[in-house]
Write a protein of this length. Structure first.
Length: 98
């Protein structure tokens, strides 16, 4: 079983998105953040269940899609490192994940 590790960048991404949503609804901001965290729990058991990130095309860089968001992660030996959370309409900054 792989351990999940969140980078500071990924946690900041979730927080920034939640702050934006909270301008309209604190409830939905909290619900969004919880759903993002829940969406990656399966990676502990199935670390390669996400698809390979097309822009990078490396087998160890994968993503889980959640609504309009891409949760991008790196598979390492005994853990999964959550790298960033991106809105799917934004261009992916490859520097943030390599």
């Amino acid at each position: 079983m792989a351990k999940l590790k969140w980078t500071e960048q990924a946690l900041n991404d979730v927080e920034a998105i939640a702050i934006y949503i909270a301008r309209d609804s604190f409830f939905y901001a909290q619900a969004f953040a919880q759903r993002i965290f829940d969406s990656v729990q399966r990676l502990e058991i199935f670390p390669e269940s996400g698809r390979v990130v097309p822009e990078v095309a490396q087998q160890n860089i994968r993503e889980v899609l959640h609504g309009n968001y891409r949760v991008i992660y790196r598979v390492k030996n005994d853990f999964v490192e959550i790298l960033t959370v991106y809105h799917s309409s934004r261009l992916l900054d490859k520097n943030s994940i390599t």
